[in-house]
Design a protein around this ligand. Structure first.
Ligand code: AMP
Length: 419
């Protein structure tokens, strides 16, 4: 026997039973996006590598070690998207979306690719859905985008088991102030920091706050706080965001060590986490990125967005409030005898065209085996077609719930079942 080909490490097969849960989740996402007046955008799965190097940041974990990068026939360096904010912004600029309306509210869903060490809730191909509001600098936009994800959680019935952490990294002036203050504090302690943190001291000191190394954590505990370095306007922006969240009854915890792993954030940053997950407890992360549109070649345009991991969200939903899924069919046609088997595809087609979900046997099995298959599929009805019924243009329609069986004209099956 030839060897079986195995799937690549860190990727998943989503089988039909699981896919039904994805669809139920996607229905909720679409409904809420629609209520919030966000339009769907579907950018390509691969982009020029340069987009991520510039957009996400050379020094981030994603760009420095996790990207699936390859060259095509023309020797261009291309990368499977590790996230979608950079792609959405590229598309926004390239398609002049600012001319369509001064605020563009966009959402997306699709697979992302990162070469991370696989574990529960962390995969190399994983799905995200996300939202980006491009064009408004004001705190009400921050609050709307947070309320959008919160509403999705509420509709899924899991808002109570998820917490929102929030922080501000301020504008570029505030961040520069903080960078200096942080470096001044860390400089005399540099030798005690982990190698990764030492490496980040010059290139990206804020990321040191993210370190999980125990010794780093001790040092970080005494570090100056970014909120103390925010300038007047950054501080005001942040307090307005918090006040509006309070007014809307959206609970949050301020976490002044939250910096998030991507370079492009300014002002508000946030993360939703769940206790129902293990080490990988973040189900959504986002923030403001007021400089990114300009850095990628567009006009200065403020923006804010988030992305959420679908697999992780489904793990939380499974633990808290399993989604209702329909995996049954309306009717299974049980055709008896070779002559009638030939009629089965045509008859089932008319019922399907009429709006029923139905199925029939293509393995030429016995009546008993066909009835067993109808049961396995959870059919509400079996439509039994024998020579005598066919001669009268009828089937015997068996209701599995009541056990009743009646003769029904083939063309009346749809209306009978629907009624
Ligand atoms: P990020 O783009 O890193 O801010 O991630 C946003 C969200 O995507 C996280 O909160 C997770 O829910 C999800 N996510 C990120 N990386 C992975 C991964 N490797 N596997 C599964 N989900 C992920």
């Amino acid at each position: 026997m030839p060897d079986k080909v195995q799937r690549v490490k860190g990727v998943n097969d989503i089988l039909p039973e699981e896919a039904a849960k994805w669809q139920a989740l996607e229905t909720v996402i679409r409904e809420v996006m629609d209520r919030f007046s966000f339009g769907e955008i579907r950018p390509p799965i691969f982009e020029k590598t340069d987009l991520f190097a510039r957009g996400v940041g050379e020094d981030t974990d994603i760009v420095s070690k996790e990207m699936y990068t390859f060259s095509d026939m023309s020797k261009s360096s291309l990368t499977l998207r590790p996230e979608l904010t950079a792609g959405v912004v590229r598309s926004y600029i390239q398609n002049n979306l600012q001319q369509v309306s001064p605020v563009q509210k966009l959402w997306y869903e699709g697979p992302m690719f990162r070469q991370e060490r696989p574990q529960k809730g962390r995969y190399r191909q994983f799905w995200q859905f996300g939202a980006e509001a491009i064009g408004s600098p004001n705190p009400e936009q921050d609050v709307e985008i947070i309320a959008l994800f919160h509403t999705i959680l509420q509709k899924l019935g899991i808002a109570g088991s998820v917490s929102l952490k929030i922080n501000s990294v301020g504008d570029s002036e505030s961040r520069a102030n903080y960078r200096t203050a942080l470096q001044d504090y860390l400089r005399p302690r540099l030798a005690d920091l982990s190698e990764t943190s030492q490496h980040r001291f010059e290139s990206n000191p804020l990321r040191i706050l993210d370190s999980k190394a125990p010794n780093d954590k001790e040092i970080i505990a005494g570090a100056p706080r970014i909120l103390d370095c925010l300038n007047e306007s950054s501080s005001q922006h942040y307090s307005q965001v918090l006040k509006m969240l309070d007014d809307m009854g959206i609970a949050y915890v301020q976490d002044d060590l939250l910096v998030r792993g991507l370079d492009y954030y300014t002002h508000t940053i946030f993360e939703f986490t769940s206790d129902a997950l293990g080490a990988q407890d973040a189900i959504c992360g986002g923030g403001r990125y007021n400089d990114l549109v300009h850095e990628l070649g567009g006009k200065e345009t403020p923006a804010i967005g988030w992305a959420s991991g679908i697999e992780r969200l489904l793990l939380v939903i499974d633990a808290m409030q399993p989604l209702e899924t329909k995996s049954t069919i309306d009717c299974f046609l049980v055709a008896l005898g070779d002559n009638l088997r030939e009629k089965a595809p045509g008859i089932v087609q008319t019922w399907r065209n009429g709006g029923l979900s139905c199925d029939f046997d293509t393995l030429r099995r016995s009546m008993k085996a066909q009835m067993r298959e109808a049961n396995r599929q959870g059919a509400a009805y079996a439509a039994i077609l024998g020579e005598e019924e066919y001669a009268h243009g009828e089937v015997q329609l068996k209701n599995f719930e009541t056990g009743e069986q009646t003769a029904v004209a083939i063309e009346k099956v749809v209306s009978t079942i629907k009624s």
